[in-house]
Design a protein around this ligand. Structure first.
Ligand code: BGC
Ligand code: ZN
Length: 365
């Protein structure tokens, strides 16, 4: 079968031939890969950033955003059958720390987790993949064309879930779900993560603002507006001016991945506000007034947290929200996938995203 590999040492990408994997364990599920999404992490890997092949190997099979069809199951698999659609989760626990022992690999303490297609395990740019049933999440047939967005959506679900849990534990007015309609959420960076967060926040009922530095009328701003969000052009409005212009911001989700922007966003956050960061910035040094930043943080009782990866529960929330989103705003969701290319074109698209690219998806069958 065909696979796409990267040698992180030489940065060489190859379309290779490998033996098709076969079911060995009773809980193994064999999947035929349908589509794999490309994200910033893949681009970072290809550019020579963090990518770690399986132990003893020089190359790693890339890809961690999947949608696949079950073609065979091991003897003890009860929850999946041939023909089911599934997504394969990314992280596998270290097996030792308190977080991993309670199935929260996303919160692993030791750092000795693995991630398929990223760290220590082959990924999903392959015709067939095998994994255990407990690492799969079922996708309903109606999500066939959007299921590939489940992985990035799971990252978003975790980030929002963590914030809401914290806020609900400390603030009375966050307890009632329908009260979110009186709450203002700001998403910074309208790439795939920021846009998927926009869908999730609108489904929860938040008033939504989206910040980016693109022209009004581009795909990103159109998607945001189609689901009821207000676009803020960061080239015209400073983050510190946002509260005066748009009111108290209760929640910020950062998906820009630019350190300077990440710090500036604190100036937009309101009283008792909560801020979650999901972008992974490159090193950057600049000067800021740290005194003002920290003073406001304290005086306004604010919360900030970083968030990476997701737990099984968040994958299930992702499937649920994507299903809801296709019912409410199918055109907008469809617009998030800006290109679908066959796997033979992977090398061309991976480091040359198109101008208005949001999410490029690679087809495997
Ligand atoms: C993936 C996450 C992963 C993270 C860090 C992201 O692109 O979506 O699942 O945990 O990279 O490797
Ligand atoms: Zn990713």
């Amino acid at each position: 079968m065909k696979v796409i590999t990267l040698n992180p040492q030489t940065k060489q990408l190859r379309l290779e031939e490998r033996p098709e994997p076969q079911i060995k364990g009773d809980h193994d599920v064999k999947l035929k890969i349908l589509e794999v999404g490309i994200c910033g992490t893949d681009r970072e890997e290809v550019a020579g950033g963090r990518a770690f092949p399986p132990p003893g190997e020089a190359e790693i099979v890339l890809g961690h955003e999947s949608i696949a069809e079950v073609v065979a199951v091991g003897q003890k698999v009860r929850t999946f059958k041939k023909g089911d659609l599934a997504v394969i989760t990314v992280r596998r626990g270290c097996g030792k720390c308190a977080a991993c022992l309670s199935d929260r690999f996303d919160l692993c303490y030791t750092g000795n987790y693995t991630e398929r297609g990223i760290k220590g395990e082959d990924g999903f740019h392959a015709e067939y993949v095998i994994d255990e049933d407990r690492y799969l999440v079922k996708v309903p047939p109606e999500l066939k064309h959007y299921g590939v967005l489940t992985e990035p959506m799971s990252v978003v679900e975790k980030a929002i879930d963590e914030l809401i849990n914290i806020q609900q534990a400390r603030l009375a007015d966050w307890k009632e779900k329908d009260l979110f309609k009186n709450k203002k959420a700001l998403v910074a960076g309208l790439g795939p993560i920021g846009l998927l967060a926009s869908f999730a926040l609108r489904l929860q009922g938040f008033q939504l603002f989206g910040l980016d530095v693109v022209d009004t009328g581009t795909t990103r701003t159109k998607i945001l507006q189609e689901i009821g969000g207000t676009y803020i052009d960061g080239r015209k409005i400073k983050t510190s001016e946002i509260p005066a212009k748009f009111g108290q911001i209760d929640l910020i989700l950062e998906a820009a991945g630019v350190a300077r922007v990440e710090l500036d966003l604190f100036s937009a956050l309101g009283i008792n506000g909560a801020y979650v960061l999901t972008g992974v910035p490159s090193p950057a040094s600049f000067s800021i007034d740290g005194g003002i930043l920290m003073k406001n943080f304290v005086m306004k009782n604010q919360v900030a947290l970083g968030s990476v990866n997701a737990s099984q529960k968040h994958w299930e929330m992702a499937v649920r929200d994507l299903t809801e989103a296709t019912k409410k705003w199918e055109n907008a969701l469809q617009a998030v996938i800006t290109a679908r290319v066959p796997y033979s074109k992977f090398m061309e698209v991976v480091d040359h995203p198109g101008k208005d690219d949001i999410k490029t998806v690679v087809g495997w069958s």
